[in-house]
Each structure stands twice: as structure tokens, then as C-alpha cells.
Design a protein around this ligand. Structure first.
Ligand code: SF4
Length: 359
């Protein structure tokens, strides 16, 4: 083996043991400061640089060259690299394709609304859940993201667009609750006094319905909004749309969601993507209304994206409106929600899949 190959392997091994700058929380930076005898104010400075989304040590203008060299040695730089930004021409939505330090590719969406700036984050490289309509599922699962990599997506977008991110949505690639520990760590850092202060009320986490994790999350004292991707109130149809459904019956998911509501006081959102003649008929709306009757919930009806990855097609506009009417007649709060950025690759994982196919 030649020297260059040896070098690459050593570098990879070294990377496996190291973390990116954004993975260092307050406690980790205190330990690092002790190791190198840095005064405590250095920790505060480093946290401030994290919030500013710097991607190299040379950007830390108030840190000495010696300290920069140590940080260079201790951590992986940069955390993320922008490969592509797709900008919508019809609404203030931008989709980012990022490369992680190990070459994996993820995507993140930035959305500007009149109530603030919201970022839809990725929590895993790929996904194990295998939903039949999802572009992310087609590329399989590679690895979990670290809490620092979630944070880096958010700060990188804030930095690039020069705005303050007010809302975070964990609805990008991956099942956030399948990466439970890192997701919780990320959420705790978002609301910590050390650097980031995003209200948990402005955070939404989407799950395909992992019952034990929903119950665990209810006990974490993190009052975020829980969005459950239900897509059918009928078990057999749900089994076909989402293989994970076979593990957790619908009644168990709703019971876990009720527990979440009792513990946090946060109204549950149910996501329901409509597929032509699969789950969009009046009988399906009635089943859903019966399942959720009397509960403090909101239903988002989502017209399916027309993507090559899906074997199902989008429901007719009139069918969607009729579905909505039936829910409302049954006193279920419901609205129709279109995916942001319809003129760019709107479906989750679509841009990443396109990139994989062209490379
Ligand atoms: S829809 Fe969500 S949970 Fe299902 S495969 Fe796609 S990323 Fe995973």
C-alpha cells in the first residue's frame, strides 16, 4: 500500500474518533478548556462562534492562532458543505443539499413565513422505515446524524440567509425518534442558555408512529408539537403504505399520542397524505373521524407529491375537499397543507435521490 493510501486510511480512522465543532456542547467545551488550560471565557466565545455557524477556525477572529491550531487538531472541519441550493420562484422556500464530513449527502429546507423563519431538518442519512411513497426510503439507511450535525444545518442556513431561525421542524430525511438520543440532545441544546434559545413551542417533530419512543418523549419535559404520520385509519391500508405499521397497531399509536397530550398539553397533529383511491374516499374520512372523535387534535391533509419514487398517485382536488368536509362535519380540526416549494423538488429526499442518480 502506498503512502497516500496509508494517509487516507489514517485520516478516516482519526475522523471516526473525532467529532465536528457543533457536537461540542457546553460540558464538552469545559472539558476541552481544562485539558488545555484555557480560561472559562473561551468556552463562551466558542459557543458564540457555533451560533454564528463558522465553518473554519480561521473565522474565529478573537481566538489566538495557537488555540485555532488545537481546535483544528481536536475536531473535524468543516461540519457541512453546501453542494447545491434550489430556490423556489413562487414562494420564499430554499432547498439545500449538504455534504457531511464523511461524504454522505443530506437535504434541508428553509421556509420564510409571515410568522418567522422555519427550517425543516434531516435527522438520519436515509431511513429504515421504508414507507412506500417516500424518496428517502429508496436509498436505504446509512447512519444517524449527530446532534451537532442537526444544529449545523440550522446555523448554516441562518448564516447563509442572514436571518434568525425561529422555528425548527424535524420532518426531513429520517425518522427522528429512531435516532432518539441524538434528537433529544439536539432539542435540549436548542433551548439551552448556552448559545441557542429556540422555544420548544416552535419545534415540531414528525414520527411515523414509534410507540415506545412517543411515550418516552412525553416524559422528557420538552413540550414540542408531535406530528404523527398516520395516512390511514385502517390497519391493512396503513400496513401497505408504511411497513412499520405492522409493528404498532393504530390503537396503540393513538393511545401513545393521547398520553403525550396529557403529559405536555400540546395538541397532536395527525399527518394524512392522500393517495388516489387508496385512502382518499369518504369511507376513509369517516374512519379517521371515528378514530379521532372528541380528541384535541389537528389533521393536516397533504396532497401527495407526484414523484417517480411513489407507486401511488395524487388525489383529485375535489376528492381532497370532500375528505376535508367530512372531517369538519364530524368536528375534527383539519386543513389542507401543500408541500412547500412545489416548483423545486418538493418531496422529502427527492433532491438527494436526484443527486445520487446523477453522480
Ligand atoms: S416518510 Fe419518513 S419515516 Fe417514512 S421512509 Fe420516508 S423519511 Fe422514513
Amino acid at each position: 500500500m502506498n503512502n497516500e493510501n496509508n494517509f487516507k486510511i489514517n485520516r478516516l480512522n482519526k475522523q471516526n474518533e473525532m467529532e465536528i465543532f457543533y457536537d461540542y456542547d457546553y460540558g464538552d467545551l469545559i472539558v476541552l478548556a481544562k485539558k488545555y488550560n484555557w480560561p472559562k471565557f473561551r468556552v463562551k466565545q466558542l459557543l458564540e462562534w457555533q451560533a454564528k455557524s463558522i465553518q473554519s477556525t480561521s473565522e474565529m477572529t478573537n481566538i489566538s492562532k495557537d488555540m485555532q491550531a488545537i481546535l483544528e487538531q481536536e475536531m473535524i472541519w468543516p461540519a457541512l458543505k453546501i453542494i447545491k441550493i434550489e430556490r423556489s420562484k413562487i414562494e420564499p422556500v430554499n432547498k439545500y443539499l449538504f455534504e457531511l464530513h464523511d461524504g454522505n449527502i443530506i437535504e434541508t429546507v428553509s421556509m420564510h413565513y409571515n410568522y418567522g423563519h422555519s427550517v425543516c431538518l434531516t435527522t438520519q442519512v436515509g431511513c429504515k422505515m421504508g414507507c412506500s411513497f417516500c424518496a428517502s426510503a429508496k436509498l436505504g439507511f446509512q447512519r444517524n446524524l449527530t446532534a451537532g450535525e442537526m444544529l449545523a444545518q440550522l446555523t448554516m442556513i441562518a448564516h447563509t440567509e442572514q436571518t434568525h431561525v425561529s422555528h425548527a421542524v424535524l420532518m426531513g430525511i429520517g425518522e427522528a425518534l429512531d435516532n432518539y438520543d441524538q434528537t433529544i440532545k439536539f432539542l435540549r441544546r436548542l433551548r439551552s442558555e448556552h448559545g441557542f434559545t429556540l422555544s420548544m413551542r416552535n419545534v415540531t417533530l414528525s414520527t411515523c408512529g414509534l410507540v415506545p419512543e412517543i411515550i418516552k418523549l412525553a416524559d422528557e419535559d420538552l413540550p414540542i408539537t408531535l406530528a404523527i404520520s398516520l395516512h390511514s385509519a385502517e390497519q391493512n391500508t396503513r400496513n401497505i403504505l408504511m411497513p412499520i405499521a405492522k409493528r404498532y397497531p393504530i390503537e396503540d399509536i393513538v393511545a401513545a399520542a393521547d398520553y403525550y397530550f396529557t403529559k405536555t398539553g400540546r395538541r397532536i397533529t395527525y399527518e394524512y397524505t392522500l393517495f388516489d383511491k387508496i385512502n382518499d374516499q369518504p369511507i376513509h374520512a369517516e374512519q379517521l373521524a371515528k378514530l379521532l372523535k372528541g380528541k384535541s387534535v389537528h389533521v393536516n391533509l397533504i396532497p401527495a407529491n407526484e414523484v417517480a419514487e411513489s407507486i401511488w398517485s395524487r388525489s383529485e382536488k375535489g376528492t381532497i375537499e370532500k375528505f376535508l368536509r367530512i372531517l369538519r362535519e364530524n368536528k375534527i380540526n383539519a386543513t389542507i397543507r401543500y408541500s412547500a416549494g412545489q416548483d423545486i423538488t418538493a418531496a422529502c429526499g427527492q433532491l438527494r435521490r436526484q443527486n445520487a442518480q446523477s453522480s
